[in-house]
Design a protein around this ligand. Structure first.
Ligand SMILES: NC(=O)c1ccc[n+]([C@@H]2O[C@H](COP(=O)([O-])OP(=O)(O)OC[C@H]3O[C@@H](n4cnc5c(N)ncnc54)[C@H](O)[C@@H]3O)[C@@H](O)[C@H]2O)c1
Ligand SMILES: [Zn+2]
Length: 358
């Protein structure tokens, strides 16, 4: 029997226009009288028009330095010692930083996202970087976010490219879960929930992304935009939350990590590289027809299916070899895929075939 650790959801979640106006009341309900608000320069600039007057609250603000790093976690911990709760007002990095510091201090976490770019607002985990900004590890916490308040208008006016990258990252939920779960005969209930959530990640994104982007382009909210945001937060969060390691990463993210061997890839957004990784994973699974089936969707969103489309046109054979090797280091999640031994040669071949396919 498989033991699945379930980390379900924030205790309370509200998405609606004007959601931030509920903050004071929601904090009072939790017995919170003082907060440290952690934010970023750009996120605060975007969010300040929505920040509510809260006469009963003692508020202190801290502007982080751009990374969820050990040094930043220490700074937030020092500043939050005397407050009742820590509020994250920002993108994934601010949110992860707050979760990490609050976990250390055993304080409640309140999340007010300023971007729809990944499932960080939903998950009780943080991706931690070292003080130089390189990925270090991720931590999963025993206590989830107390309150997630989403102001959709704030997300609507956020950068389009981060939203598109978030769609790429969320699409990978389906492919990375499916390859692991489809061969398991009797799925425990948590994995059934994870699998269903993953399926919705693909189906709803394929159905609604175009309309959601139209909302962004025109600056007018529509149902598709809300749907995509909720897929990105809730369904994506549930895939990992109920699926444990079956619902986190597999081939696509390993390819993303492999690509970081290329200096030129550092300027590319995470979800954009993951979107390419989905295609490499599908080639490894010997499913080129699925790559082709995704073609129209990728074109519509300008997501890359090839190195060429990623803008990595000058990559040498030697560099590609390095990417394949980094993709297949023994600790990589690519080895979770039950499709035989995955060597750097197989990955290299998959990448080369992909370049010819589309
Ligand atoms: N915890 C999780 O479950 C989880 C899941 C996926 C990714 N992550 C982590 O999330 C991080 C990436 O998060 P992200 O993509 O949200 O990026 P981010 O938090 O780094 O933000 C990207 C940029 O957008 C700016 N920004 C934020 N809100 C804005 C707004 N409304 N308007 C204009 N600019 C705004 C930020 O200041 C920053 O410069 C990574 O560290 C990744 O490892 C965590
Ligand atoms: Zn990702």
């Amino acid at each position: 029997m498989k033991t699945i650790e379930v980390h379900a959801a924030p205790s309370e979640y509200i998405l609606k226009e004007g959601a931030f106006e509920l903050l004071e009341e929601k904090l009072q309900q939790r017995g919170i009288q003082s907060i440290l608000v952690v934010t970023g320069t750009k996120s605060y600039e975007a969010a300040k028009a929505y920040w509510p007057e809260m006469p009963s609250m003692t508020e202190t603000f801290y502007t982080y330095q751009g990374e969820c790093s050990f040094a930043e976690i220490d700074k937030v911990v020092t500043r939050a010692k005397e407050v009742d709760a820590i509020v994250a007002l920002g993108g994934g990095k601010v949110i992860d930083l707050v979760k990490a510091a609050a976990n250390e201090l055993h304080k409640q976490v309140i999340v007010l996202p300023t971007l729809a770019s990944n499932c960080a607002p939903w998950t009780p985990l943080s991706v931690i970087y070292d003080n130089e900004g390189a990925f270090h590890h991720y931590d999963i916490y025993p206590i989830a976010t107390s309150l997630l308040l989403v102001e959709p208008k704030l997300l609507l006016h956020a950068p389009r490219d981060l939203f598109v990258a978030g769609i790429g990252d969320t699409l990978a939920k389906w492919y990375e879960a499916d390859v692991q779960l489809r061969t398991i005969e009797h799925l425990p209930v948590p994995l059934m929930i994870s699998y269903e959530a993953a399926k919705q990640c693909k189906e709803l994104l394929l159905r609604d992304s175009k309309e959601a982007l139209r909302a962004m382009d025109e600056g007018v909210l529509n149902d598709a935009f809300i749907q995509v945001v909720e897929v990105m937060f809730i369904y994506a969060g549930m895939v990992g939350g109920y699926g444990d390691h079956y619902g986190r990463t597999a081939g696509a993210h390993a390819v993303h990590n492999g690509l970081t061997a290329l200096e030129e890839s550092h300027a590319l957004l995470h979800g954009v590289k993951v979107a390419y990784g989905i295609c490499v994973q599908l080639m490894l699974e010997n499913r080129p027809e699925e790559v082709q089936a995704l073609r129209a969707f990728y074109e519509e969103l300008h997501l890359p299916q090839t190195l060429k489309e990623l803008g990595l046109t000058e990559v040498t054979a030697q560099q590609l070899q390095e990417v394949a090797e980094k993709t297949t280091i023994p600790t990589e999640s690519i080895h979770l895929m039950p499709i035989g031994e995955i060597t750097s040669e197989r990955v290299l071949e998959a990448m080369q075939e992909l370049e010819q396919l589309v």
